[in-house]
Design a protein around this ligand. Structure first.
Ligand code: ASP
Ligand code: MG
Length: 424
């Protein structure tokens, strides 16, 4: 007997038939004698619709900024999950299962005050643990909690993954199953490389890199939380027949396990290739090479909430002038250039050049820590295909390479096969 948190994303609860199908997945685990808490997203598309309503309120004559109160934004967008939690509880009850819905404020799931992007601070799990022990399934609305101001707070888009992992940590679940519309985490995006393989296991740290690099399976914060609390998390599909053989396997259900690296016995050197589109590169030419220059550049960019990623600085030849290149999301490039020109005197550069439409391709694997030459093979493979590298950054478990947008797919496929990921 185990305690399992099952999370179902928007496509899995997109309509009544799918909610019924989700209930069958839950029933399978209940029938096996497990204690179950379920976390649901809103029906797919619902949150977008709710956000659209908030943002498109007709403006008062004379004002030009869209007006909204972040607390009321939360009151509106949190409603999507309220609906699906109630509907799933009804579907379960209709199958003879004892179930009830819980809104974030009812547990409560306590968050901070950052409405629209709140962080979970604490979850009161005693009540649902007791009821799960009595055989009641808790169906919890994801994405929402209660702020210190006693108002509903939402966790940022994709936040119900984080709700699920946080609840799994709070109730000390044996497993957190994230049911989605794909059947696991792949070595790369299968839409780009059909030979991509489903991974059996991925280490938390690798998944963190993959999630933040655009493999959009899980919200990044949920992976951070799973890593901190060591929540064994499975990514699996809700679209498979709930009663197919193996679906209820306690130790090896179909899907990808995200776990501590100690659990991964045979570690590959490279686990996956991720990519992030719409990067832009900004270069500041002939900067003074003196202390404080980086602070003068990146301080104001941070204040403007511009997320700077790769940073490359040249060492100046004669110790006086240097170049600095860094990347920002393409959508922020004009804002960044404005910040830089507003601070031109203080920073002291000659010209700022920019280029948009770039792609960052990354090679990820914790096995890199103990292997030499991993980066060199990536550079060789890209060179053989005539792909030009614009910037490189590395960490212990990742090599990121910036290239021109049109080469993205070729680069992903090239690297995928360079590390033998297409061979099982
Ligand atoms: N419904 C919310 C969203 O679309 C939360 C989630 O689905 O995880 O962002
Ligand atoms: Mg999601």
């Amino acid at each position: 007997m185990a305690r399992i948190v099952m999370k179902f994303g928007g496509t899995s609860v997109a309509d009544l038939n799918r909610i019924h199908n989700v209930a069958r997945h839950v029933k399978r685990e209940v029938d096996a004698g497990h204690e179950i808490a379920v976390v649901v997203s809103a029906m797919s598309g619902k949150t977008n619709e709710l956000v659209g309503w908030v943002e498109n309120m007709p403006k008062v004559a004379g004002s030009n900024a869209p007006f909204y109160d972040a607390r009321e934004y939360d009151a509106v967008v949190a409603s999507g999950e309220q609906v699906t939690s109630g509907l799933l509880a009804i579907a379960l009850q209709s199958m003879g299962i004892n179930a009830r819905s819980w809104q974030g404020w009812q547990l409560p799931i306590k968050t901070d005050n950052a409405h629209g992007a709140a962080r979970i601070l604490d979850i009161e799990g005693a009540d649902i643990i007791r009821r799960m022990g009595e055989g009641q399934v808790a169906v919890v609305a994801g994405f929402q909690g209660l702020g210190p101001d006693n108002r509903l707070a939402t966790l940022g888009r994709g936040g119900s993954d984080t709700s699920a992992v946080a609840i799994a940590a709070a109730v000390k679940a044996d497993r957190c199953d994230i049911y989605t519309d794909v059947d696991g985490v792949y070595t790369t995006d299968p839409r780009i490389e059909p030979k991509a393989r489903r991974l059996k296991k991925v280490a938390f740290e690798e998944m963190l890199e993959m999630a933040s690099l655009g493999a959009k399976v899980l919200q990044v914060r949920s992976v951070e939380l799973a890593m901190v609390h060591k929540v064994r998390t499975f990514v699996r599909s809700s679209f498979e027949d709930p009663d197919a053989p193996g679906m209820g396997d306690l130790l090896n259900p179909p899907g990808t396990l995200i776990c501590d690296e100690d659990e991964i016995v045979e570690q590959e050197v490279v686990t996956g290739i991720a990519y992030a589109k719409d990067e832009a590169q900004i270069s500041l030419r002939r900067l003074a090479d003196r202390p404080g220059v980086s602070a003068a550049i990146f301080g104001p960019l941070a204040e403007a909430h511009i997320n700077v990623d790769m940073i490359v600085q040249n060492i100046s030849e004669d110790g006086s002038k240097t170049d600095m290149t860094f990347t920002v999301p393409s959508g922020d490039v004009n804002k960044a250039l404005k910040v830089l020109s507003d601070n031109k005197e203080k920073i002291g550069y000659d010209v700022a050049q920019s280029e948009s439409g770039l792609v960052k391709v990354s090679v990820i694997g914790i096995g890199m820590r103990s292997h030499a030459g991993v980066a060199a093979s990536a550079f060789r493979a890209l060179a053989d295909k005539g792909i030009n590298i614009k910037a490189i950054t590395t960490s212990e478990i990742k090599i990121s390479i910036l290239i021109d947008g049109p080469y993205a797919e070729l680069a992903v496929r090239t690297l995928h096969s360079a590390y033998g990921l297409d061979k099982s």
